[in-house]
Write a new protein. Structure first.
Length: 149
């Protein structure tokens, strides 16, 4: 089946969606959240790296919806339902395969967090909040070896 990728620009964000899959696997507003990748223009070589990465994530069925800021530096969000373990693992593997998770000097992965959209709407993770992540990378992955648990 040919994937139908929809790309739209709205409110400072470039959105990508798999129109075929999102109908079959809708994102639940009460369960939906995102893994985030922070990028800068140093990562853009011949093309805007975030455009390539997000298109690839949709084409490879990693997520059904994602977005990035419409600048050469910013953030990209990869959306999935928080209870979808299969998609979490696909997304994390995609992040690893594409070097989207930073590592410490000792080579250990940073323990990035999954952020629920309800937490975003409630303003729970801005600089002035006491954000408590419900899901973290170390719940899926050994941060030292990169092996799934």
């Amino acid at each position: 089946m040919t994937e139908k990728i929809k790309i739209s620009n709205f409110g400072g964000w470039v959105w990508y969606a798999n129109e075929n899959t999102i109908q079959k696997e809708p994102l639940d507003p009460n369960k939906c959240g995102k893994w985030m990748w922070f990028f800068d223009d140093a990562l853009a070589v011949e093309e805007h790296q975030s455009n390539h990465i997000l298109t690839k994530a949709i084409e490879e069925d990693v997520v059904v919806k994602c977005k990035h800021t419409d600048k050469s530096d910013g953030v990209a969000c990869f959306y999935l339902n928080g209870d979808d373990t299969t998609r979490h693992k696909k997304c994390i593997q995609f992040f690893i395969d594409n070097d989207l998770i930073r590592k410490t000097k000792s080579g250990k992965y940073y323990n990035i967090t999954f952020k629920y959209d309800n937490q975003t709407r409630a303003g729970e993770y801005n600089a002035n909040s006491n954000f408590k992540a419900q899901l973290k990378l170390d719940q899926f992955l050994n941060l030292e070896t990169g092996a799934f648990k």
